[in-house]
Design a protein around this ligand. Structure first.
Ligand code: G3P
Ligand code: MG
Length: 244
């Protein structure tokens, strides 16, 4: 049985708000979502912040990178203007700010550990150490995920009690060995590559299946019919939190 939410707002507010910001978390909540996925990376001073790309340019109009900038410098950067002028000045939030927001509003977190290259274990460790100190009281346990096995291994060591999902764009041949090594409870995989047979096989082995990123209701219905446990979506306007 999948103990986590089934429909998850990707990067906070999907396509409706600047990704990985507090504004995105508010947008998801306004659309009824109490389950969110976001990306966590380490700033230069070891503080985990929300960010997808290590190098600036796409969401931050600057040169440089996250691992070269402190959390304070990142907080002064504009992570909203790229999306829409009405979000200008929206800062890069720290992971702690987002944990606090989610806990205060009863929002479940799928924390994707997204290390900048070379910072895999450090990022997993820092994210896990912080989250374990701020677990929601009486709320549902959050779920870590990462494409980086090193990051998940470090998270496991720092906070074994917080469950982990392994992210892989395709189903690895040696899935069982990986899942065992990481103590992972679920495979998070690209819905574009997975087959109903693979979903069945993974679930038979006792693991959950989470798909990213499903933006068409018809496709969402199809993968749910295969037994996929959960998915994240950018189209929180088309696919609501109670979608089935
Ligand atoms: O966690 C699911 C999904 O977010 C993984 O890909 O690149 O959107 O972080 P990405
Ligand atoms: Mg992500």
């Amino acid at each position: 049985m999948w103990p986590f939410p089934r429909i998850i707002a990707h990067r906070g507010g999907g396509t409706l708000a600047p990704e990985n910001t507090l504004a995105a978390m508010r947008c998801g909540l306004e659309h009824g979502f109490r389950a969110v996925e976001f990306d966590v990376m380490l700033a230069a001073d070891g503080i985990p912040v929300l960010m997808h790309d290590p190098v600036f340019g796409r969401t931050i109009a600057a040169t440089g990178s996250v691992p070269e900038s402190t959390a304070q410098q990142l907080a002064a950067m504009d992570a909203g203007a790229w999306f829409d002028a009405r979000y200008a000045g929206e800062p890069v939030p720290t992971f702690l700010q987002v944990i606090d927001y989610c806990n205060a509003n009863g929002i479940w977190m799928n924390v994707e550990i997204k290390p900048a290259p070379g910072f895999e274990a450090e990022t997993g460790r820092a994210a896990a150490q912080l989250l374990r100190q701020h677990l929601p009281e009486g709320g549902r346990t959050p779920l870590f995920s990462s494409f980086s096995a090193d990051a998940l291994r470090a998270a496991k060591q720092a906070a074994p009690e917080i469950p982990r999902g392994f992210l892989s764009s395709t189903v690895p041949d040696d899935l069982a060995a990986i899942m065992q090594d990481l103590g992972a409870v679920a495979l998070h995989t690209n819905h574009k590559h997975v087959t109903p047979e693979q979903v069945r096989a993974i679930k038979t082995q006792g693991y959950g299946v989470f798909c990213y990123t499903v933006n068409e209701p018809e496709r969402a219905r199809e993968i749910l019919s295969w037994g996929v446990d959960a998915f994240c979506t950018d189209r929180i306007d088309l696919i609501g939190p109670d979608f089935s």
